[in-house]
Design a protein around this ligand. Structure first.
Ligand code: SF4
Ligand code: MG
Length: 270
């Protein structure tokens, strides 16, 4: 098979991106493009839906079908799209605040419903676009512009939340582990059902600066040194576990919906 030119999935005339130098979001964009290319998908077979935030600007740079929706509502728009066009691969890109604060209810309902979407949660532990406010993912004790003396609240564990709400595929990686990340996204895209991939991503401008984590490169090193593959999880006390954490088969919503519509049509009720 000929190598696929990955640039065909990008709107190159929109580059350079708005992201700050050193921001991890571009690495996630690269991983998504490699995953889509490996699956050999035509760009018209793919839709990307986002909400509001730095990472949600990604839809402007990809030449798929795209929707830049309202804050926290990317999964609601994506659900409607998937039901209308079930053959389409739908990738939903969300920041941590967008996915789990404003959109938290949509997130758990989409997981419970098990609708065939690939949800990529880019977790930089803070609200980037609006100026560094703490989010439901900010670690306890970390500093944010709205938590100058340290955040009092515990963060969500995104994979645990997704799994307990019913998602059949849940993975976690980081922007340091870019090659691993695109494999996880590829597996999420192959999975029939609601797939969640959490990506720990650096925001050197707000989270990194407010928490004295050094440069973007230092933050990438932090991901290297403070996470561990699920295969070695027993050896890394206190480290965040990366890997495919859940992969199970559960009934998928779109297929059930189509079967219901067809059976009602067969009875003359559709
Ligand atoms: Fe990235 Fe943070 Fe800049 Fe937003 S504010 S583009 S998350 S570095
Ligand atoms: Mg964020």
């Amino acid at each position: 098979m000929d190598a696929i030119d990955e640039r065909k999935y990008l709107r190159l005339n929109r580059f350079p991106t708005i992201w700050c130098p050193g921001c991890g979001i571009g690495i996630v964009l690269g991983a998504i493009i490699r995953a889509v290319a490996r699956l050999g998908l035509d760009k018209d077979e793919v839709a990307m839906v986002s909400g509001i935030g730095c990472s949600s600007r990604m839809v402007g740079y990809v030449d798929f079908n795209t929707i830049h929706a309202t804050h926290g509502r990317a999964l609601a728009f994506a659900t409607g799209l998937k039901l209308a066009r079930p053959e389409m691969r739908v990738i939903v890109v969300m920041g941590d605040g967008d996915a789990l604060a404003i959109g938290g209810n949509h997130f758990i309902q989409a997981a419970r419903r098990n609708i065939d979407l690939t949800a990529i949660v880019i977790n930089n532990s803070i609200y980037g676009m609006t100026g560094g406010q703490y989010a439901p993912t900010t670690p306890r004790g970390a500093t944010a512009t709205t938590a100058p003396y340290g955040n009092l609240e515990p963060p969500f564990d995104i994979p645990a939340l997704a799994a307990s709400a019913g998602a059949p595929f849940v993975a976690r990686s980081t922007v340091y582990h870019a090659i691993e990340l695109d494999r996880f996204i590829e597996r999420g895209l192959r999975k029939k059902g609601f797939s969640v991939i959490e990506v720990l991503s650096d925001c050197p401008v707000f989270y990194g600066a407010l928490n004295e984590m050094g440069s973007a490169v230092d933050m990438l090193r932090w991901y290297r040194d403070n996470t561990i593959s699920v295969r070695e999880a027993g050896k890394g006390e206190g480290k965040l576990v990366r890997g495919v954490l859940v992969d199970r088969d559960l009934p998928e919503y779109t297929e059930g919906y189509q079967r219901l519509v067809e059976s009602l049509r067969g009875k003359g009720e559709g």
